[in-house]
Write a protein that binds this ligand. Structure first.
Ligand code: PLP
Length: 387
């Protein structure tokens, strides 16, 4: 029987560029003690107080169908959080609760792109972006963000790529680079999007993990709220990756449009999970800061290791749970470097090529293991790079 092109087309050729990661997983399954610096998953689990809230909600009977756009109290809370961040008036009518950020990315593209449309994505990108765009029947077109510009998208490059495009997908704080877009970058994105009449899909799932400066959403800029869809999630901010709860925030009409989609796809998110998400958000910004604190600390540890040698360079990154290291001075490709490190020292990192073309010659390191092991792994990585 034939299967649909729409889905086989998500990863053309069957490869998603994550071979080094799969190899490390295979080694772990074979019993090798691999130091895993690949995946964006905290080294802590969801806080027991959130689990207690989830359990109480389930025991209290919140196990039936929940409202499709999301329970009112959670939508109000997400709206208030976004309004506090951006100053832009936001109500529950601007919020759709989704089963995680990934579903929100898919929905956001479906909200604004038609089949055959071109959707811009900033490269380097979170690995699923091109597949998400292809999955909704549109065509991804990269906007290359260069190391010279510290991987921040430039207005001129967006405009140059924008011919016939419908949307642009941006991500700040960024995965894989850890870069936080500065005010000039966000202004440039807003100006380019307005000029080229693009929707901006702004993936802000790391919005609580900013170590210097502030998170700036394009939605907060003048006249941008009507063309911006924010993708948010509880996964990274509250260590709730497995609970699958996130949101799309945007103009009321777009949220109504997406509620219709959700009625015919997910039919909402489990009520007890939404209650737990509400409880978690009610713990306030200090709770989120505490969850992000290990990444801030490890970034500082990484800086002191990297500063002690001159082969590997650390790019300027002020957020998220990743470091991007420039390994071009080794003369190795990022893939050869990652395989070499994995085989010689059982340390798994992601080659930049897994995240598009712009991060070739770089590797991504997830700061998701405890401090001492993390520091030792980076020291070994630097020694490997020097030899
Ligand atoms: N967006 C970015 C940039 C990510 O890094 C991730 C996960 O790693 C997601 C979205 C999806 O997160 P989730 O579906 O767990 O909310």
């Amino acid at each position: 029987m034939n299967l649909s092109h729409r889905i086989t087309h998500i990863t053309p050729g069957g490869s998603d560029g994550w071979e080094v990661f799969y190899k490390s997983r295979q080694m772990i399954a074979d019993g090798v003690d691999v130091v895993e610096l690949t995946i964006g998953e905290h080294d802590i689990r969801t806080d027991p107080i959130i689990l207690d809230a989830m359990h109480a909600a389930a025991k209290g009977g919140h196990t039936g169908y929940a409202m499709v756009p999301g329970i009112v109290a959670l939508r109000d809370k997400v709206a208030a959080r976004l309004q506090a961040q951006s100053g832009i008036p936001t109500t529950r009518d601007n919020i759709l609760i989704t089963p995680g950020g990934q579903a929100a990315l898919f929905a956001a593209h479906l909200a604004c792109c038609n089949e055959g449309d071109v959707a811009l994505i900033c490269d380097p990108y979170y690995a699923t972006y091109p597949g998400t765009v292809r999955g909704i029947g549109a065509t991804p077109r990269p906007v290359i963000c260069t190391p010279e510009n510290n991987f921040q998208p430039q207005k001129a490059d967006i405009l140059a790529a924008s011919e016939g495009a419908t949307s642009i997908l941006i991500n700040t704080p960024n995965n894989p680079t850890g870069v936080v877009y500065d005010a000039a970058t966000v202004r440039g994105i807003a100006e380019a999007a307005t000029h080229a009449d693009l929707w901006v899909i702004s993936d802000e799932v790391y919005d609580s993990q900013v170590w210097k400066g502030a998170h700036i959403s394009p939605r907060s800029l003048p006249d941008m709220a009507d063309r911006t869809l924010i993708v948010g999630s509880m996964s990274k901010s509250h260590a709730m990756t497995g609970s699958r709860v996130g949101w799309v925030a945007g103009p009321v009409q777009a949220i109504e449009h997406l509620t219709n989609l959700a009625t015919h796809t997910t039919y909402g998110v489990a009520g007890y999970i939404q209650d737990a998400a509400l409880f978690a958000l009610n713990q306030g910004p200090a709770f989120e800061a505490e969850i992000g604190a290990p990444f801030k600390r490890r970034r500082a540890l990484a800086k002191s290791v990297i500063n002690g040698q001159n082969v590997v360079k650390m790019i300027n990154s002020d957020g998220a749970m990743y470091l991007m290291l420039d390994i071009r001075a080794t003369g190795l490709s990022a893939t050869d470097f990652a395989y070499g490190l994995l085989h010689a020292h059982h340390i798994a990192v992601m080659p930049g090529d897994s995240f598009g073309q712009a991060a070739a010659g770089h590797i991504r390191v997830a700061m998701t293991i405890e401090d001492t092991k993390f520091t030792q792994a980076l020291e070994t990585l630097c020694t490997f790079a020097a030899n």
